[in-house]
Design a binder for this molecule. Structure first.
Ligand SMILES: [Zn+2]
Length: 368
């Protein structure tokens, strides 16, 4: 694999960057030792992880040169190392994507690794193509262990339509992976309609990963985007998709939103629909209009595998819409498997619900 040089490429740059600034979650990352005992039967989980990242060399190079890379998680990263982490957690297959800041930098970088105000007009078409071809090679080098959410060179719509055809028909990739905002545009933006029309025609899965729009990346001085902004950007793109009418126009697209849907569940957007009586809400035979859309989407567990957020998802959309996401190499898959087991022990999830989240919900979606 061409990844052998990734550590060498990055080694000289680590000192020049602030380690972990802004982009890391609370998780220990790929290199940290697990702090909880791992029961032997974890290896039988057969989990399917939809929130897992890979790093094509060209992407690492551009970000490192622009000082926009969260370097530490990628030190020594290879697909084989990723598989070691998957094996520790009993994860059979990881659907892998490019993480923030994505591949489009002309309006800024959606993380705080880059210097404030930094922009870079790169060749988005070439970077998407390289990412997708590298992903296809990961799939063929490790059969059954990886799926790939393909990158698209948005906001270039014509090139994105070409890349959809190439990624699905030639490379046989599994779905599309997009950052929640492309510069200042969200998923319901009218200019993106031809792309989603084509994805709707193909009944495609579209996975989104949060970024931070230029509007808000530095809204609070000294506060990194993991604190609020990635959650808000996810909520904004969900509202953009539904309120623009795209959710009605393109109903065949199957969405997976990261981090449990971000802050959408605490917004007035939802509060107005649920009423005041939990028994009446639970007994509703027809979900309210907005929730009926949100109940068709899927939400991953990354940074969300706690009793409060899981209970919210269970109450509002049901556990059938929750899927395993670990954010590797920023997170460790085994932490999430152990979190889900603790949620079963504490009564938030039943054994069946836990197994469905680990595997069955997304296996149905992907035809495993
Ligand atoms: Zn991620």
């Amino acid at each position: 694999m061409a990844t052998a040089g990734a550590g060498a490429l990055l080694g000289g740059r680590l000192a020049a960057q602030e380690r972990g600034r802004g982009g890391r979650g609370a998780r220990g990352g790929a290199g940290s030792a697990p702090t909880r005992p791992i029961p032997p039967d974890v290896r039988n989980t057969r989990g399917i992880d939809v929130h897992h990242h890979y790093a094509p060399p060209g992407w690492l190079k551009v970000l490192a040169e622009q000082k926009a890379l969260n370097v530490e998680p990628w030190m020594g990263w290879t697909p084989a190392k990723a598989i070691e982490a998957m094996d520790r957690a009993g994860v059979a297959t990881s659907y892998s994507s490019i993480t923030v800041p994505g591949i489009y930098f002309a309006e800024g970088f959606g993380n705080q690794q880059a210097p404030p105000g930094a922009k870079f007009k790169n060749d988005v078409v070439a970077l998407a193509r390289e990412a997708n071809e590298f992903g296809a090679k990961m799939k063929s080098d490790y059969p059954g262990r990886f799926g790939i959410w393909a990158s698209l060179p948005l906001p270039d719509v014509d090139a994105s339509l070409e890349e959809i055809e190439y990624a699905f028909d030639k490379l046989k990739l599994d779905g599309i992976g997009l950052i929640t905002s492309i510069g200042t545009k969200y998923m319901g933006d009218a200019s993106f309609a031809p792309v989603f029309q084509e994805l709707n025609r193909r009944n495609a899965i579209v996975y989104t990963h949060p970024g931070a729009s230029p509007c808000c990346l530095y809204a609070l001085p000294g506060v990194g985007p993991t604190t609020l902004e990635y959650s808000h950007d996810t909520a904004r793109t969900i509202v953009s998709w539904v309120n623009s009418g795209s959710a009605d126009r393109f109903p065949n697209i199957k969405w997976i939103f990261s981090h449990g849907g971000g802050s959408i569940w605490s917004a007035r957007y939802i509060g107005g629909e649920i009423g005041r009586d939990p028994k009446a809400f639970a007994a509703m035979t027809q979900p309210p209009r907005l929730l009926s859309h949100l109940r068709k989407f899927y939400y991953d567990t990354a940074a969300t595998s706690n009793f409060l957020q899981m209970q919210n998802l269970k109450t509002l959309v049901g556990t059938s819409q929750v899927v395993l996401g670990s954010d590797h190499p920023y997170g460790d898959p085994v932490d999430y498997i152990l979190d889900l087991r603790e949620l079963q022990t504490s009564g938030v999830l039943t054994a069946q619900e836990r197994q469905n989240i680990e595997r069955e919900n997304v296996a149905r979606l992907l035809g495993h």
